[in-house]
Design a protein around this ligand. Structure first.
Ligand code: ZN
Length: 278
């Protein structure tokens, strides 16, 4: 199994960070977690892409995590030579968002159907709302969901992916919570979105202070990783933006609480997970 952070950015555009998106390459194919700004640009860099996604999993329906889902749906559709519906799973509301996205694309779908004689089918995305338990299974690959806590955004879910005796957890946006603790217990890698409480409080802007309510600070995420006994904590979706040269501060804040390895993600940060016993 291989983990690739496709987008390590936050809702605010940055020249070097795409929006939140994580690729987990498994023996059952490429699984995409969230579809933030620029997801297909970054996927192209690792020779993946819309046609390659075995399934797309959404942690929640905040715009920065789903903004390029429409690009994934359209690109898969127009680049396939036979019906190849995209499978999308996510918390309650996902099926509605997918239906609304395809409705938004209605004119474009009509233009392309009218123009390409060999394109006779619509995207036909298959969306399923999920809550807790096994949500995907194929060969050795099992994906489980559990509820996270990103209130007032509700419901939200995290995912645990297992393949070849190894495990990756994608937490999404959440404060520490029992659902994430269950999901992360003993995992090899935990991918966690984080904010810097100290910096946000120093800036003091009300709109920015609001994000503290429903995100984990770096020490919060590190404490979750420590309780769960994970091997590697990957920090991503950093708010505010990491200042050049300040990377070690973020890592040190986590390392003060967590004994394992800490990785501060960039776009295309990659972690290899060899099958257990190898
Ligand atoms: Zn969010």
């Amino acid at each position: 199994m291989q983990l690739v952070i496709l987008g390590s950015g936050s809702p605010l555009p940055a020249p070097d960070r795409a929006g939140p998106s994580t690729l987990v390459r498994t023996s059952a194919g490429d699984l995409l977690f969230d579809a933030g700004r620029g997801v297909l640009l970054r996927a192209a860099a690792v020779l993946s892409g819309a046609q390659a996604f075995r399934a797309v999993f959404l942690t929640h329906l905040h715009s920065d995590h789903v903004t390029d889902l429409n690009d994934v749906i359209t690109t898969r559709w127009v680049a396939s030579f036979a019906p190849n519906p995209l499978v999308v799973l996510g918390p309650v509301g996902t099926a509605d968002v997918v239906a609304a996205t395809e409705a938004m694309l209605g004119l474009d779908i009509g233009y392309r159907l009218g123009h390409h004689e060999d394109l006779t089918w619509r995207p036909g995305t298959v969306a399923t709302d999920v809550a807790e338990g096994v949500v995907f299974e194929d060969g050795e690959v099992v994906v489980r969901a559990a509820p996270t806590d990103h209130a007032p955004v509700h419901p939200t879910v995290g995912y645990r992916i297992e393949d070849g005796g190894r495990s990756v957890v994608v937490a999404g946006d959440t404060v520490p919570c029992p659902g994430l603790d269950r999901l992360a217990a003993g995992a090899d890698v935990l991918v966690h979105t984080v904010v810097r409480r100290d910096q946000i409080e120093a800036i003091g802007l009300p709109r920015l202070l609001d994000v503290l309510d429903y995100h984990s600070s770096v020490p919060d995420a590190a404490a979750t990783a420590q309780r769960a006994g994970v091997g590697t904590l990957v920090l991503t979706h950093m708010v505010p933006a990491v200042q050049p040269g300040a990377e070690q501060e973020w890592i040190d804040q986590a390392a003060a609480v967590f004994d394992g390895e800490v990785v501060l993600a960039d776009d295309l940060t990659t972690i290899e997970l060899a099958p257990a016993g190898h």
